[in-house]
Design a protein around this ligand. Structure first.
Ligand SMILES: [Zn+2]
Length: 508
């Protein structure tokens, strides 16, 4: 123990959500978004517009506000959801964290920023491997608090290697900063001598993404119930929906409860929440709109300005779940049906963006979408286009999960393709923030139909324009389709809802 009046807290993290069906993520993907070591990590967390998601900035701000402390930046690697991380880079990251933790003067506590649904090309539980390694380095008595995305797939070693397990409670994720602050409060409490106890229960339910909203639905009910059952003894209740496309043996909706002293109280509450989820299991089946119906709705709002405008979510091609952001099914269908007054974004195609930059604003040309092959869903499509606007893609997020974050989308182009204005980007990101249209000079309020390549986080950014009754989730092929029966699963625990019949579960 160092000087208690100014405790030293190590900060570290590994944060990526990995889709086993998507191409691998490399070190370059982390370097392009957030890869920081040492003091640079702390400085970035304190900057006005950091590149990292807000848990670590929230943690640092809450520690700053709650008394003296000394942050010890170790390392943070964070990037957009993708395929499994190249194992060599993950090993390198673990080595860096180990070396820096061992070389630093003794710390009093550790904060870990983790997504929880990471994969490597050789390891299905890298978050657990990280937690376990940190515990081995710092010893059994050292307070460790971790924040996790509610899409985390939870392993027993993740739960057992740390002291306080803090998952997001909102989807779209608008409480990241608060959860970081909660971790800071937990660290302060543990520095006072508290040694919390945890319990976790996993259900044989792998919820499709669209059934995991927290405003309404079976998942929202579990979270609400857990929060209403908080007592002074209960430190945190985390209901982790998980991320199906990781395809691991640890998949499954998992309730993790941290109690201040009483492990049985944690077990009891985890069991009650799990029972509620199980009782509602029939509600974890997705209901989507067919492409034909989506085209009809888009045509109708284009014809009749008295109808409210609509947002069409391309939930199966969500870069926020590892999708490539470049399937052409909706673009092609809207264009060929003659849909007018529509916008579509953000379409990931660096070749096309570069070509538009060569042609210049006002030029007309044959736009070839997906000239380079990426996945079997990313079909080529060619259509006449006019360049409306060009930018370098640097922006600060305005609303929703990216609010205040410094983002680089690379060279961007807005193209007019028939009645559809398409925003093309060069660094893959999900369309969660209206700024991605606005920075191209497009006025969302004037659009009759807006197609977003996003599963659900767009709801936190586009809520100014579209209420939940104006949102259509479209059923299309893609790497992030909520129709889980279309994938060839290798490792999911079976039988499981929603894939199998006769799934049974008894509260332990
Ligand atoms: Zn998430």
């Amino acid at each position: 123990m160092t000087d208690r009046s100014s405790p030293r807290v190590a900060l570290l993290g590994f944060s990526i959500e990995c889709n086993k069906f998507a191409p691998p993520a490399t070190k370059a993907h982390f370097l392009a978004r957030t890869y920081l070591e040492g003091d640079a990590m702390v400085a970035e967390a304190r900057s006005a517009n950091p590149t990292m998601l807000p848990e670590t900035p929230g943690f640092v701000a809450a520690m700053d506000a709650s008394g003296p402390w000394t942050p010890v930046g170790i390392a943070l690697a964070m990037t957009e959801p993708n395929g499994p991380v190249e194992h060599a880079f993950f090993v390198e990251l673990l080595d860096t964290i180990r070396r820096r933790l061992e070389a630093a003067p003794p710390v009093d506590a550790v904060y870990i920023c983790s997504h929880g649904a990471g994969l490597t090309t050789e390891e299905d539980d890298p978050d657990g491997a990280l937690f376990e390694m940190v515990r081995q380095i710092v010893g059994a008595e050292m307070p460790i608090a971790a924040t996790l995305d509610l899409h985390a797939n939870v392993s027993e070693r993740m739960v057992q290697s740390i002291d306080v397990f803090i998952g997001y409670r909102t989807n779209p994720h608008l409480d990241m900063r608060e959860r970081g602050a909660e971790a800071a409060a937990a660290i302060r409490e543990m520095l006072g001598g508290l040694k919390p106890q945890r319990a976790s229960i996993r259900l044989p339910i792998v919820p499709p993404t669209v059934t995991m909203l927290t405003a309404v639905g079976p998942y929202a009910d579990m979270i609400d119930f857990g929060q209403r059952r908080m007592t002074p003894e209960i430190m945190n209740v985390s209901v982790m929906g998980g991320f199906a496309f990781a395809d691991t043996a640890k998949n499954g909706l998992t309730v993790v409860v941290t109690a201040r002293h009483d492990r049985q109280a944690a077990e009891r509450l985890a069991g009650e929440i799990a029972e509620l989820g199980w009782a509602n299991r029939e509600r974890f089946y997705p209901r989507l709109t067919s492409l034909d119906q989506a085209v009809e709705r888009a045509l109708a709002v284009g014809r009749d300005p008295s109808l409210p405008a609509l947002a069409f979510a391309d939930v199966a091609d969500n870069p926020g779940g590892g999708g490539r952001g470049n399937t052409t099914f909706l673009l092609r269908a809207f264009h060929e049906a003659g849909v007018a007054g529509a916008m579509l974004g953000v379409f990931f195609d660096p070749d096309l963006a570069a070509e538009a930059h060569r042609h210049g604003v006002g030029a007309s040309f044959e736009a070839r979408f997906n000239r380079s092959e990426t996945t079997r869903f990313s079909e080529p499509y060619t259509a006449p286009a006019t360049v409306l606007a060009l930018t370098d893609g640097k922006c600060v997020g305005r609303r929703g999960i990216y609010a205040g974050l410094r983002l680089k989308l690379g060279p961007c182009a807005a193209l007019h393709v028939g009645g559809v204005s398409v925003v093309v980007i060069s660094h893959r990101v999900q369309c969660a923030d209206p700024i991605f249209f606005e920075m191209m000079g497009l006025d969302i309020a004037q659009a009759r139909a807006v197609v977003v390549k996003s599963r659900g986080h767009f709801r936190g950014g586009f809520d100014e324009f579209f209420g939940s009754d104006q949102i259509i989730e479209v059923d299309l092929p893609g790497l992030t389709s909520p129709m889980l029966n279309r994938f060839e699963w290798q490792h999911l625990p079976r039988p499981v809802i929603p894939l199998d019949d006769n799934v049974e579960w008894l509260r332990p």
